[in-house]
Ligand binder design. Structure first.
Ligand SMILES: NC(=O)c1ccc[n+]([C@@H]2O[C@H](COP(=O)([O-])OP(=O)(O)OC[C@H]3O[C@@H](n4cnc5c(N)ncnc54)[C@H](OP(=O)(O)O)[C@@H]3O)[C@@H](O)[C@H]2O)c1
Length: 167
């Protein structure tokens, strides 16, 4: 059965998404949007991203954490010990959000129908990157440009992509 899987991510111009298990910027409008979109839904993340969260688990959401370590178990979370197991735990009816990090984005991309990308118009020194999105496979359905504000020295865009010809 095909589950409704979406990826939500903030990506720099050079595809950077993180360094030293931390985010690279703080954009409060983006965090608010993340909360609005994911609340009431299932979220799926790798163990590193879980550890990077300031508050764990994220409230008002089903938190699924992926790890190879079958001894790991985190309060208030559901554990998955493979991508396949995480997919089985995902909701069949409602949108599931894959929230990172790099390894989980890469492995979930083939199962994903929708991408919510915050495109940060700046490059960063980083150790984790989002995969390249091909215009042959993905089409933009929504785009909102946000010019730089007092909080940040960069502009950014909220871009939604839909997979073309998802079978
Ligand atoms: N910019 C953004 O929007 C955004 C969003 C989220 C995260 N990030 C950043 O991304 C970085 C973290 O990414 P990451 O790639 O290092 O870590 P990650 O994807 O969050 O977690 C990696 C861990 O997940 C587990 N895992 C991955 N694939 C698995 C599989 N097939 N089966 C079982 N377990 C599996 C492994 O845990 P075990 O080692 O326990 O087996 C692995 O070490 C951080 O810098 C974070 O801030 C950025």
């Amino acid at each position: 059965m095909i589950k409704p899987i979406s990826i939500i991510v903030a990506v720099a111009e050079n595809n950077a998404i993180g360094k030293d298990n931390r985010l690279l910027w703080h954009v409060s409008a983006d965090l608010k949007r993340f909360k609005r979109l994911t609340s009431g839904h299932t979220i799926v993340m790798g163990k590193n991203t879980y550890f990077s969260l300031p508050v764990k688990p994220l409230a008002n959401r089903r938190n699924i954490i992926i790890t190879d370590n079958i001894n790991d178990s985190f309060a208030g979370c559901e554990m998955a010990y493979s991508i396949d197991e995480a997919l089985q735990l995902c909701d069949a009816e409602k949108e599931n959000f894959v929230i990172g990090g790099a390894s989980i984005y890469r492995q979930f991309l083939p199962f994903t129908q929708k991408l919510y990308i915050t495109s940060v118009h700046k490059s960063y020194d980083a150790d984790t990157f989002f995969p390249e999105i091909s215009s042959e496979q993905w089409e933009i359905t929504e785009k909102e440009n946000v010019i730089k504000d007092t909080q940040n020295d960069f502009s950014y865009s909220f871009i939604t992509y839909r997979r073309k010809n998802y079978l």
